[in-house]
Ligand binder design. Sequence first.
Ligand SMILES: Nc1nc2c(ncn2[C@@H]2O[C@H](COP(=O)(O)OP(=O)(O)OP(=O)(O)O)[C@@H](O)[C@H]2O)c(=O)[nH]1
Ligand SMILES: [Mg+2]
Length: 468
Amino acid sequence: MYPGIQDTIVAVSTPSGRSFHAIIRVSGPEAVPYVKSLFVPTTNINLEGVPSYSSIKGYIHSLREGVNIPVLLYLMKNPFSYTREDVVEIHTMGSLPLLEMLLDVLLPEKIEAQKRIRLSQPGEFTKRAFLHGRIDLTQAEATMRIIRAHTDLELTAAIAQLTGKVSRQISQMQNKAVSLCAQIEAAIDFSDQDIELITTAEITRELNELRTAISRLLHQTETGKVSPEGIHTVFYGKPNVGKSSLINALLGRKRSIVSEIPGTTRDVVASRLDMGGIHFILTDTAGVEDTQKNRITGAMEKVQSVLKSAQIVLLVFDGSIDLSEQFKDIKVGNVTATTIVIVNKSDLKKNNVYYGFPPELTRYPVVHTSAQTGDGLERLKDLLLETVLGGRIETLTVPCLMNVRQRDALQRSLQLVQCAVESAQRNESHEFIALDVRAAVDAMGEVLGSVTTEDILSKIFSEFCIGK
Ligand SMILES: Nc1nc2c(ncn2[C@@H]2O[C@H](COP(=O)(O)OP(=O)(O)OP(=O)(O)O)[C@@H](O)[C@H]2O)c(=O)[nH]1
Ligand SMILES: [Mg+2]
């Protein structure tokens, strides 16, 4: 158990300085009950009962200043949060005195000791994401690089790391090396029995393959670049729910035709949205027709084929009418991509109560939006970014630059495999070969963070800024 991991941590997670909007993040077992004890919602709502990714308006009272601070809470429940703990985000205006006031309320000088709530240390949110298996060390370091990235190249490289593709390739090579090592060691154990489990020629061949794979990855990561295609994001739902309007609102310009007549969009229309250095290809589709009519039109066939290649599917509903009715014709079985549920037209529903939320959809994050007023669009954008950065989608990108620590460890594993190849060629004893292969396995483990010590961890995470 790592020290302090049971505590609930608090930090301002937006950059310091004046800004329009600021966020205080609270993460840990006490996050929901603690914030609940300080928060007064504008409508009668129980924080513990609301689904993940809900937003609740209200205020937090500062006794000392005698003011009500207006805030918007976002709840992300374990495991659907960055840290895989219960997270409450407190959104408010980006004013420094206001944030200080809020932190005073959240972290008063005297806090009941058994509550274990404290200010977070630098990088502690990301450290928790790592310790809870949400991201691996490669991804944690990539997060740090994103925070610090100065150039687009650095940024895209770091993002490609976050996708976990490099990690996956390394762990495949590591598995191969482990099984080879096991075979060599078994051969040593049975060497007196006159049965040959693996021949030296086989060992040499396997080692050569491993060497090629490692050096290819090292080479690719030198010249690697992120593919420009972008993340294929598809809007899917019944006619007239506001798919085209949402795309226009996200793009901040008119791209898709909007009208009150259902069935306005007849074809698949794609446009590009750039956010935080990541390209999203937003694809508008024709609204799903009534399956009762029992005819599959050309437009519907196209929608189905677009869904197949989607990396993120946004299931859009009209929140002003019964949701379960709309769900009937939507074939979630055909959706294999990462899914986000959008309940649109929130401006028509003042009380935030929605009818007939399909139980099949409760496992997905839900955002309430209004294409009309812009409500929830920032949240939707954050969620899209978080989906990519959190490595929750399969990306088509090629491997990318690694950082010095990773390259160094991988380079070492290459040298060790090289030594093993030479030992095998010289027909040296299996013990020598096994020793080098095992050391190579450990070096690959260092890249992934599976072989590590608290020292290395502390060093890496202390380089983060507080609140990340
Ligand atoms: N009040 C309100 N109206 C909206 C909102 N979003 C869209 N609308 C209206 O709903 C109608 C349908 O919007 P579209 O964007 O064309 O819907 P669509 O899902 O693309 O529909 P199809 O292309 O027919 O499948 C239009 O009259 C929009 O102005 C919203 O958030 N609030
Ligand atoms: Mg449309």
